[in-house]
Design a protein around this ligand. Structure first.
Ligand code: GLU
Length: 307
């Protein structure tokens, strides 16, 4: 299937996914996200030649949640380079996004498995926060996303952030455990406040697909990272981007992707496309049910795979 057929393909895909009626279950541990209407679906593809194609609710803003971990990782690597890996590993966890059990094991000793599980992302945020106020760290993160998307109309939803602060007991437990292992430089509450707020950034699939273009490494949109770093980020997305569902996603979809509990997924076809998909109901791994299915179908139809 050629790029010229993409609009028709996405329109068909939107109709197909809705017809399945298989909407999954929204994240229920953040009350502000739990009440969402699950029967929503959107997809946008930004191609390397500068075109953009969408179908479904592509103008609806959703909570991008863990997808922001891609951007915070890019910023942290820019600030401290490979030193970041002294504080966080690069191995898949084979566990849920908020698992605490591995952190205590002898091998980990408070060094999280990878930067995409919550513990690892909290450490990454802590690194960005070092030496400055949360407000300034958040301003840098939001600005990075806006620059990547070439769109200033991207904001944090403070109500979602407050909802997570109030109910995020797991994340507080993770942060305090990290602090007990001397792997937080800032007070846990301060690092977590920053983390919850960047997770609460909202975007449409149109904005997210645009923001993901730099990961294609294809001379389109702003150049934000070196080719070597882009490859490494994509490698981490492939191996760790879907938590305990990462192997299944790689097997079925065959391209790097990063999910969020808001139901979004950003997936990259290196050199060719940046794809944002959203549907708020999640599958048993905590990744978008319809989004995962749609990406598997689209990648197969377009013959998109890194393998
Ligand atoms: N803010 C969410 C949390 O920390 C992000 C998790 C996700 O999107 O997977 O629980």
């Amino acid at each position: 299937m050629a790029i010229s057929d993409l609009q028709e393909r996405l329109t068909d895909l939107d109709a197909f996914q809705r017809a399945t009626g298989d909407w999954g279950i929204p994240a229920n541990y953040i009350p502000e996200l739990a009440s969402i209407d699950t029967e929503q679906f959107a997809i946008t593809v930004a191609t390397a030649d500068g075109q953009i194609f969408s179908a479904g609710d592509a103008d609806t803003r959703f909570s991008v949640q863990s997808i922001t971990k891609i951007f915070t990782l890019a910023i942290a690597l820019g600030r401290v380079g490979d030193q970041l890996w002294n504080r966080v590993g690069r191995e898949p966890s084979g566990r849920a996004f908020n698992s605490i059990v591995q952190l205590e094991q002898e091998r980990e000793q408070g060094r999280p498995r990878n930067p995409f599980i919550n513990a690892g992302a909290i450490v990454t945020t802590d690194e960005i926060l070092s030496g400055r106020a949360p407000r300034d760290a958040l301003a840098e993160i939001v600005q990075f996303v806006r620059t990547a998307a070439e769109d200033d109309d991207i904001h944090i939803n403070n109500i979602v952030a407050a909802s997570e602060i109030e109910h995020g007991h797991r994340n507080f437990a993770l942060a305090h455990f990290l602090a007990s292992c001397n792997n937080l430089k800032n007070p846990p509450e301060m690092t977590l406040g920053t983390y919850f707020h960047h997770c609460a950034i909202e975007m449409t699939t149109q904005q997210l697909a645009m923001a993901g273009r730099f990961l294609m490494d294809a001379n389109c949109g702003p150049r934000l990272l070196s080719t070597a770093r882009i490859r490494r980020l994509n490698a981490l997305m492939l191996t760790c981007g879907h938590y305990d569902g990462s192997g299944d996603f790689a097997y079925r979809v065959g391209i790097p992707g990063k999910s969020g509990v808001g139901g979004g997924i950003l997936a990259i076809v290196p050199g060719q496309a940046s794809i944002a998909v959203w549907s708020p109901g999640l599958n048993r791994y905590g990744n978008s049910q319809q989004g995962t299915e749609a990406l598997a179908r689209l990648a197969s139809q377009m013959n998109w795979s890194i393998f």
